[in-house]
Design a protein around this ligand. Structure first.
Ligand code: ADP
Ligand code: MG
Length: 957
């Protein structure tokens, strides 16, 4: 060890100076592993051109060129560019959201510099830094151990060895020693499972063992989510359907007499419109934006798929202390040697005093009679790793609040922590762990004797105590005295107090570790209060309405836990049936069936150890539940990994717990978990919203053209118009739908079944129905146009413009339907998100410019519309007049409402469209290039063959 430190020229007690550390960092580079190569912006742009759509567009462009239509070919190039731009923006937005989050997930290290302890980002460690390790830490760099107290490290990431390895300061034999046998070295990426230690950094970043084997930081956005997989499947199925339909349309059009090349172009543009190519990108963006939103609400999602699982969560298993309660401990009651003392004052301020029977008690005066009380307070303050920083206005607790409360209690009795530590130096310790539920320290008293001071769960210390301190002094622990302690404990626990027992032993010389946990003398118990979080009760109630089961899992005892559950309203289910509190002893030796029974009807698990958490998760998952589980300690890691959503505590959580989690909540608050679940639901719902919107609009486009061709009408929309719709009325509203902030009743519904298909029959029919209505309205408007202006030349162009506008405006209005699959645009409430309004206005503006701007008019082959045309367009599907206002909206959009009333309105609207401008016979059956390019034989009688007109039709006579 001395060799190492000498070589590194430093003193372990003070560490590097800040300046020295900075210089070394500058010299050696950051202590970070190379990240999985970030996709450059250029690559992302290029990626946009790799899609099927681009191929289709290029073919369409080529066809246009062959047909000599330069304007159209150029326009298609513009479409390709725009398409790529939109794709790029979505992808970039998703990537930057994920990136921003990754930057917030920095690992920290505890380092000693200039003689003081600091918490610094692990990336800033330099060679020679003195780093402190405690159970639950990730080892942040490679280094030489210079201090080890029962230090155990899990090195499975490096060596594959699953058992923890004990570390010591003994030098290893030689350089050649195998990695797994280097007992005095610790390595990056391994985790401290037990004990504590100090090491001197010898290698950082890529020069660590982990860096040498070329490990990369796992890229959290790279893996596809289950939702994306489902979407990919759905898209593929849709692609086949669309391509088949398009081929049918091409053939039918050709048979009906359109030029083949022209029909190919129409078919391709329809395929482009109908293939939901942006779906995956928008989905990823939605998930990523959701992640960003959650981060603002203190929930840092570490893996993208977690966003989606959150929305389907059916059970939340949560810790009690600090999550449902505030974890602001205050000692209230001290029961020592048969005396019951009250402690006044709240929080970590030292204002307060001890009282006995209502009268103040001064234990510091030194009366021999009060020695047991002083002993109890001393044990509490010395068997303790917390400290309280009183430099600022508010006292700041460093360490465990349970321990800080004991320091405060002693201080209120005039026993200062620092003075005690000076008088009773610590020789050894057994750190607290949640399995043994106790902590022991060894101290040398001023008179030279050596004592073990222990604190922990009363049951744990009772088992280790052979004697007990009562009013007469130290007496043997008899069953009756034990029963008395238990009764005291139960009384305090019944008041929802956290009870901690205190014990001691005078140690023989020499003593072994085993001596520290047997033959103790039981001194007394303290009862501490931990107030509930303000929002906890309401959040539990919210879970209930949302169909989510909340289960409290605590290491605390049964009586305290039940009382807190009662105060939270956790003790009954939605129907008012009482729920159980189970104790560890109810869980030992259970088989699979037993576990299944145990998790049914249980709201509280008390006194459980971390490994029970794993079994609880498994039992719940076997019953088909989607389980979210919280955890903070190193032992919680397996349960966190097993849970569908492992949630680590940002404040209390260890690095190992955080590493094993899917989400970190930075405020340790239960309400944050439920908020994240709500966001998860909203996000999945938003994805369904834009699927709903995109699919019904795309279907409407295909259907309009398909029906027109089938009944022998001219083409109602032109190629570029279809592409325009695809870019204008599809993309912007769909993206805006992805940004809906919430749905008012999202937490009043049961969770979504994660195994349910995206496209349920009901959803599918809704889309078909709404697409059908949109198409009907468009065709009705087109029919009017044809009748009013004729079926050829400029008249047709005029009619096509009407159809085009009707479809576009109907789609824009339809956005407001897509906000909910259960309610129509008139009942979802007007408070749509501002993006949606923005997108609506943008679309309206662009759509108007399509007939108002001469250039666009030329490219899109539209004509200016008359006032009565607008009436038809609006009747067909204009936008709503006012947000959520009844009756003002386009009749077509109203018809899309999933209710019968809407259906009737729609029927009426199309009737009106026909009746209002009706001529006699249904004699529209003509065609020409939708592009209005050609002149045709005006003399053709109605219903005559549609074949002849088109100059593009090679088969025309
Ligand atoms: P929880 O925080 O949910 O109560 P823990 O596993 O942290 O669960 O604690 C279990 C029990 O161990 C507590 O009820 C308490 O009796 C005891 N305990 C908690 N913290 C300490 C500590 N720092 N020292 C000794 N005993 C403790
Ligand atoms: Mg705890």
């Amino acid at each position: 060890m001395d060799e190492t430190t000498r070589a590194l020229q430093l003193d372990v007690a003070t560490g590097l100076s800040a300046a020295d550390a900075a210089a070394r960092l500058a010299r050696d580079g950051p202590n970070a592993l190379p990240e999985a190569a970030q996709r450059s912006a250029l690559l992302m742009v290029l990626h946009q051109f790799k899609s099927l759509i681009v191929v289709l567009l290029l073919v369409a462009g080529a066809v246009a060129l062959v047909m000599g239509d330069v304007i159209e070919a150029v326009a298609i190039l513009v479409v390709i560019a725009l398409n790529a731009a939109i794709g790029f923006v979505t992808e970039w937005k998703a990537a930057s959201a994920i990136d921003g989050l990754r930057r917030r997930l920095v690992a920290v290290a505890h380092v000693r510099r200039d003689g003081l302890e600091h918490e610094v980002p692990a990336a800033t460690l330099a060679i020679g830094d003195v780093v402190l390790l405690a159970a639950g830490d990730r080892v942040p760099a490679d280094g030489r151990v210079v201090e080890a107290v029962r230090l155990q490290v899990d090195e499975s990431t490096l060596t594959g060895e699953s058992l923890p390895v004990a570390k010591s300061t003994e030098a290893v034999a030689s350089e050649a020693t195998a990695l797994g046998d280097r007992r005095s070295m610790v390595h990056t990426g391994t985790g401290v499972t037990d004990g504590r230690g100090v090491f001197v950094v010898t290698a950082t970043g890529p020069r660590t063992e982990l860096g040498q084997i070329g490990a990369l930081i796992d890229d959290m956005g790279a893996k596809g989510t289950p939702l994306e997989a489902k979407l990919r499947q759905l898209s593929r199925a849709l692609l086949v359907v669309v391509l088949v339909l398009c081929v049918v349309i091409i053939l039918m059009g050709w048979i009906r007499g359109h030029a083949l090349l022209f029909m190919v172009e129409v078919g391709i543009s329809l395929a482009i419109a109908a293939v939901p190519e942006g779906l995956l990108a928008v989905t990823t963006m939605t998930l990523a934006i959701g992640m960003q939103r959650m981060a603002r609400m203190h929930a840092l999602v570490r893996r993208l798929p977690a966003v989606e699982s959150l929305g389907s969560t059916t059970v939340i298993c949560t810790d009690k202390t600090g999550t449902l309660t505030r974890n602001e401990m205050t000692v209230r009651i001290l029961v020592v040697a048969g005396r019951r003392l009250a402690v006044t004052g709240a929080g970590y301020g030292i204002a307060g005093r001890l009282e006995e029977g209502g009268a103040p008690l001064d234990v510091a005066s030194g009366a021999a009679h009060d020695e047991p009380v002083r002993l109890a307070l001393r044990i509490g303050a010395l068997c303790n790793d917390a400290s309280i920083n009183r430099a600022g206005a508010e006292p700041v607790v460093v360490g465990d609040p349970t321990e800080a409360a004991l320091i405060v209690a002693a201080a209120k009795a005039g026993m200062e922590h620092a003075a005690l530590e000076g008088a009773y130096p610590r020789l050894r310790e057994i750190p607290f762990d949640s399995r043994n539920k106790r902590m022991v320290t060894v101290h040398r008293a001023p008179d030279g004797r050596t004592f073990a001071y222990a604190k922990g769960a009363p049951s744990a210390l009772l088992d280790a105590s052979g004697r007990v301190l009562d009013a007469t002094g130290v007496v043997p622990m008899t069953p009756a005295r034990r029963a008395q302690v238990v009764a005291t404990n139960d009384a305090l626990a019944g008041e929802a107090l956290r009870v901690l027992a205190l014990a001691f032993r005078e140690l023989p010389e020499p003593f072994s570790d085993d001596d520290l946990t047997r033959d103790l003398t039981f001194v007394g118990v303290v009862g501490m209060m931990d107030p509930l979080r303000d929002e906890a009760r309401a959040t539990i109630a919210l879970c209930r309405t949302a169909g989510i089961r909340a289960i409290m899992i605590t290491g605390d005892q049964q009586v305290t836990a039940s009382e807190i559950a009662r105060q939270l309203g956790l003790d009954t289910d939605g129907a008012g049936h009482a729920l159980r509190t189970l104790h560890e002893r109810d869980l030992t030796g259970l088989d699979a069936e037993g576990w299944k029974a145990a998790v049914t009807g249980t709201a509280v698990f008390a006194r459980v150890s971390p490994q029970h958490k794993l079994q609880i998760v498994e039992a719940l998952q076997q019953q088909g539940e989607v389980v979210a589980m919280t955890g903070d300690g190193v032992n919680d890691a397996p349960a966190l990994r097993k849970a569908d959503i492992g949630i680590a505590m940002g404040i209390r959580g260890t690095e190992v717990a955080k590493d094993s989690s899917d989400m970190i909540i930075t405020d340790d608050n239960f309400a944050t978990i439920v908020g994240a679940v709500e966001q998860g639901r909203v996000i999945v719902e938003n994805i369904l919203r834009f699927i709903h919107y995109l699919f019904s609009c795309n279907f409407a486009e295909i259907l309009t053209v398909f029906v027109a061709i089938m009944i022998g009408w001219p083409l109602p929309i032109g190629v570029l118009q279809i592409l325009w719709l695809n870019l204008v009325t599809d993309i912007f509203p769909a993206m805006a739908l992805a940004l809906e902030p919430s749905a008012p009743d999202v937490m009043r519904r049961p969770p979504r079944d994660p195994s349910a298909p995206l496209m349920t029959p009901r959803f599918g029919w809704l889309i078909v129905w709404q697409g059908g209505v949109l198409a009907t309205c468009t065709l009705a408007a087109f029919g009017f146009g044809l009748r009013a202006y004729g079926v050829e030349g400029d008249g047709l162009r005029h009619a096509v413009t009407i159809a085009f506008m009707a479809l576009a405006l109907a789609q824009v209005a339809h956005v407001f339907n897509a906000r909910s699959t259960t309610r129509s645009m008139f009942s979802t409430g007007g408070a749509a998100n501002r993006w949606l309004w923005g997108a609506t206005l943008l679309c309206l503006g662009l759509q108007l410019s399509a007939v108002a701007v001469p250039l666009l008019r030329r490219v899109l082959r539209t004509t200016p519309l008359t006032l009565s045309d607008w009436g038809v367009v609006r009747g067909g599907g204009g936008p709503p007049r006012a947000p959520g206002g009844g009756g003002g909206g386009g009749a077509c959009a109203a018809a899309l409402a999933p209710g019968v009333a809407g259906r009737r309105a729609g029927a009426r609207s199309s009737l009106r469209a026909k009746a209002g401008h009706g001529g006699g016979t249904d004699d529209l059956g003509r065609e020409d290039a939708t592009k209005g390019a050609a002149s045709c034989r005006a003399s053709e009688p109605p219903r005559a063959s549609i074949v002849r007109a088109s100059p593009r039709n090679p088969r025309a006579p």
